[in-house]
Design a protein around this ligand. Structure first.
Ligand SMILES: NC(=O)c1ccc[n+]([C@@H]2O[C@H](COP(=O)([O-])OP(=O)(O)OC[C@H]3O[C@@H](n4cnc5c(N)ncnc54)[C@H](OP(=O)(O)O)[C@@H]3O)[C@@H](O)[C@H]2O)c1
Length: 251
């Protein structure tokens, strides 16, 4: 009971922090990629991504190993999580990022703490505090709707990231105007995919830990999509005028 109360308090504080970060990021973008500011302390971009994303694999995987519940539903959740994070931590940095670019240490440290916290909260809840999900959970509508959203978000995120990668290759390392797929409607479909994926996760796990992670993803990516959108408009006179930042036809 006490454990549950402490966990709920931590989740509440973590959610309030997400709201604060959401507001701040509309004015001060996280300093990586096109929004990098000069920093004396930085590391190669690919290694920065590996370092900051890998706790999501190790902490969540570790929580599974030391947790009390290892039934089929727990294994499905583990596989969903790892399907995203093994790619994000170990493949994406070397396939899609440029080692010649640099990432400030501050971003790596913040990302490391962020992924450690989310891996811990989600893993601890799913494999310990929840008391385990019954096998029947996999027949529940919430599990199915959430899982479908997770897979749709995953595909949208991965295919949209690939468009950027190919554009970078054909554009001699320079930024260009991405075309095709959901780029017809929004500037950042990779972010839209990522947000959909974690909303799906929150629904499939029907957990406060999942919901706060989805909130954090929105807090990180919605302001960044807005900043990217503004940046495209400032840098490309021929930027498609009807394209929105993140939500087709809306925003
Ligand atoms: N869950 C979360 O809270 C969270 C937070 C952050 C990121 N992410 C995910 O991590 C992934 C990467 O995020 P990000 O913020 O780096 O995405 P991004 O700004 O869209 O950049 C992705 C990659 O494409 C390159 N790129 C972007 N726009 C380009 C263009 N117009 N022309 C050519 N190349 C372009 C970038 O180069 P530069 O780096 O040189 O700009 C970078 O290598 C995304 O899938 C995102 O959803 C998740």
């Amino acid at each position: 009971m006490r454990e549950q109360t402490i966990f709920n308090d931590v989740i509440t504080v973590w959610f309030i922090l997400a709201l604060i970060v959401f507001a701040i990021l509309f004015f001060i973008p996280a300093p990586y990629g096109r929004h990098t500011r000069k920093s004396r302390r930085s590391i190669p971009d690919s290694w920065g991504w590996l370092l900051m994303e890998s706790p999501a694999v190790f902490v969540f995987g570790g929580m599974f190993l030391i947790g009390s519940y290892h039934d089929i539903t727990a294994i499905v959740f583990l596989l969903l999580w790892l399907s995203h994070y093994i790619h994000r931590a170990f493949i994406y940095p070397f396939l899609h990022r440029k080692s010649s670019k640099r990432m400030p240490w501050i971003v790596v440290v913040m990302g490391f703490l962020f992924n450690t916290m989310n891996g811990y909260l989600n893993g601890y809840y799913l494999f310990q505090l929840s008391g385990g999900y019954p096998r029947a959970w996999m027949k529940d509508g919430r599990f199915w709707i959430g899982s479908v959203l997770f897979v749709v978000g995953y595909v949208v995120n991965r295919t949209s990231d690939s468009v950027l990668h190919k554009l970078r290759e054909t554009n001699h390392g320079q930024y260009g105007i991405p075309q095709g797929g959901l780029y017809r409607w929004v500037s950042c479909p990779n972010y839209l995919g990522e947000i959909t994926l974690w909303i799906g996760w929150a629904i499939a796990t029907w957990s406060a830990a999942g919901a706060v992670f989805a909130a954090w993803t929105i807090a990180n990516l919605a302001p960044r999509a807005w900043m990217h959108h503004k940046w495209y408009r400032e840098h490309f006179a021929d930027y498609p005028p009807r394209r929105k930042a993140l939500l087709p036809g809306i925003w």
